[in-house]
Design a protein. Structure first.
Lengths: 371, 282
């Protein structure tokens, strides 16, 4: 097993060991000659909020469409419990989708849109009004039941789309960048609502986005997709704190990549030297900007013996910009060129200063293409 | 902003055109319909309602009018039955063959009407292709007479000629249906047939209505097909008008019929336009 896979199953496994509701196994999908998904294996736990995160073209929407049944896979399997999902047509799958562009039926009222799925499945007519009303109330659209979709704003259509999917009580709800068309404020508000809604209904959510902040804020686990392969699957804190790869470290939050030479538990990157546990040889480390502290000038002046657990390095302040709670500082320290640090209220820094970090915060990451 | 002179310059020519070539002739036609013809074949400018009364009282005219409407309705239904599935296939399933098939639908429109009319004559005639084929297969022993020179022949010919006119607006309205609505319907548990009935068909109705209007109105006013393949039993109202303005030399009666026809068509267009607006949802 590869390092990433071990890591993924070790960390992500915690949530997924309880019988997975959805099991994606070695899924490959090509469009013509172009491979879009190159072997995806992923278990989704019942009741979890899983985000598939990736750049455009990484295959995240394709993966969602395979689960929904809008595309056929080239090889691999998708299971829902004991049922082979990829062999049955979309309309018989117990999943529902919230589309990026909402896909509200323009010729039906809000009520009829939400009732659509219930009617399609021949739900008892007496049961329909109650369930539709409840679903619309859940997304705070109760008063719009008789409205025509064309009269609704983007955010309202979004809510209707959500109610239309949830009213069917799907086993898994698929959300394809549902918030990307909303403006920033509405988007933040919907994120909060979406998360509390998911807790309330207890349905498994698979959420696709290219926005790493959104992924971090909403998810129980994040599956980072890169060029058709899973880079890392882990809870947000873990993927941030212990990124498996340089790509993951850079894609989720900002980071400094230190290319170091490791010998006998000591890593050396230019003028920076710290203790590590990795094997000997060339290695890349990710050091988050907020892990770097500035050393007080009084303390910095007195020489001290080199400490590899709290290593120090000197560098010239190249740029300092205010970032609200934290200032972003660019440090020119010669060999690893520029290092970025995020330091809370450091005052105005000038000239050459000394910085320090904790050796354990430098996380060894894999570089290059995922295997 | 455009100057007043420019606006006047671009507005006047079309207004002039419509007035001279549309309103004036129609006004003259309208006047004619209240005049009469003397026994000496002179048009008398004595205003009366004789022509309109004759239309109501003489069963011949109403009979031909109803036959024309029956033929128009048959052509409309057939054109829809042929055009809709093809338009649906083109829009949803043709994929790579789409352009080629679309061209094949369009090409007949480039061929002359007369050529297509005569083509059906050679197919439906007593010693035509169809009869020859039926006799070859020993399904019939004598040529079937009613193929040609009958309302049936008119319906077949006009269906052939006007189906592309029906297909094109249906195809356009199908192309306008966002594909994610179809996916959403499947996603919500509706089968392909149910999706067609509840999403695709309702959203394509404006196109169906436009296509049906084309077929009905164009057929109702057609006089060449009945002339070529209709025979005495396939005579349509426009043939009556043609003969009244020609050999029969009764311009006033011809004008009255024309005017009634125009009123019928304008009413129909008005109704379908209102319906289309109600069906069209943004």
């Amino acid at each position: 097993m590869t390092e990433a896979a071990t890591r993924a199953s070790a960390s992500g496994g915690a949530a997924a060991t309880a019988t997975p509701i959805l099991s994606i196994r070695q899924v490959i999908k090509r469009f013509g000659q172009r491979p879009v998904l190159r072997g995806i294996t992923l278990d989704v736990a019942s009741g979890e909020f899983l985000t598939i995160l990736g750049e455009s073209g990484s295959g995240k929407t394709t993966l969602l469409r395979l689960i929904a049944g809008f595309e056929d896979l080239d090889s691999g399997e998708i299971w829902m419990g004991a049922e082979r999902l990829d062999r049955i047509p979309a309309h018989r799958r117990q999943v529902n989708t919230v589309f990026q562009s909402y896909a509200i039926f323009p010729h039906l009222s809000v009520f009829d849109n939400v009732a659509y799925g219930l009617r399609a499945k021949n739900t008892a007519p007496t049961e329909i009004p109650e369930r539709v009303t409840k679903a619309l109330a859940m997304v705070k659209m109760g008063e719009f039941a008789q409205a025509a979709p064309a009269k609704l704003s983007g955010g309202q259509q979004q809510r209707v789309a959500l109610a239309r999917a949830l009213v069917n009580r799907p086993r898994v709800l698929l959300l394809d960048e549902p918030l990307s068309a909303l403006d920033a404020n509405l988007r933040r508000q919907m994120q909060v609502e979406l998360k509390s809604l998911q807790r309330e209904v207890g349905i498994t959510f698979i959420f696709v986005t290219h926005d790493q902040e959104e992924a971090m804020a909403l998810s129980d686990r994040v599956a980072l997709l890169r060029a058709g392969l899973l880079e890392q699957v882990a809870p947000p804190r873990e993927i941030y704190g212990e990124p498996a790869t340089a790509y993951a470290a850079q894609f989720i939050g900002q980071t400094n990549l230190l290319r170091a030479e490791v010998r006998d538990g000591i890593a050396t990157a230019g003028s920076i030297v710290w203790r590590t546990f990795g094997a000997n040889g060339a290695a890349t480390y990710s050091l988050r900007p907020e892990c770097i502290r500035v050393v007080a000038e009084s303390e910095s002046a007195s020489p001290r013996s080199p400490d590899v657990t709290i290593p120090r390095f000197r560098g010239r302040i190249r740029n300092q910009s205010c970032g609200g709670a934290m200032d972003l500082i660019e440090i020119d320290c010669g060999a690893p060129s520029t290092i970025r640090a995020r330091i809370p209220s450091p005052g105005i820094l000038t000239g050459e200063r000394e910085f320090e970090f904790t050796a354990n915060d430098a996380v060894r990451v894999r570089e290059g293409e995922p295997e | 902003m455009y100057s007043r002179a420019y606006k006047t310059a671009v507005t006047i020519p079309p207004l002039l055109w419509v007035t001279v070539f549309l309103f004036v002739p129609y006004a003259i036609l309208f006047c004619y319909s209240f005049w009469s013809v003397s026994s000496a074949q002179v048009i008398l400018h004595n205003w009366n309602l004789q022509n309109y009364l004759q239309l109501v009282h003489n069963p011949i005219y109403l009979q031909v009018l109803f036959r024309s409407m029956r033929i128009a309705a048959s052509v409309t239904v057939l054109a829809l039955l042929l055009g809709y599935p093809l338009a649906y296939y083109l829009s949803f399933h043709a994929a790579k063959r789409k352009d080629l098939l679309y061209q094949l639908v369009i090409i007949p429109l480039w061929a002359s009407y007369l050529v297509r009319g005569y083509a059906w004559k050679t197919i439906l005639g007593s010693d035509g292709v169809l009869n020859g084929f039926l006799q070859y297969l020993h399904i019939t022993h004598r040529p079937v007479e009613f193929f040609l020179y009958s309302p049936f022949a008119v319906i077949i010919t006009l269906t052939h000629i006007y189906t592309p006119f029906t297909l094109l607006p249906i195809y356009a309205s199908l192309e306008h249906i966002p594909r994610n609505l179809v996916e959403a319907s499947h996603d919500l548990g509706a089968s392909p047939w149910s999706t067609f009935r509840r999403v695709i068909l309702p959203l394509s109705l404006p196109g169906v209505l436009a296509g049906a209007t084309f077929a009905f109105v164009l057929t109702l006013g057609d006089f060449l097909a009945p002339l070529l393949v209709g025979g005495p039993s396939g005579i349509m109202i426009s043939n009556v008008v043609v003969s009244l303005f020609g050999a029969a030399y009764n311009w006033p009666l011809g004008a009255a019929i024309s005017f009634c026809m125009m009123l019928l068509v304008v009413t129909l267009l008005f109704i379908t336009e209102r319906l289309e607006k109600r069906l069209a949802v943004s």
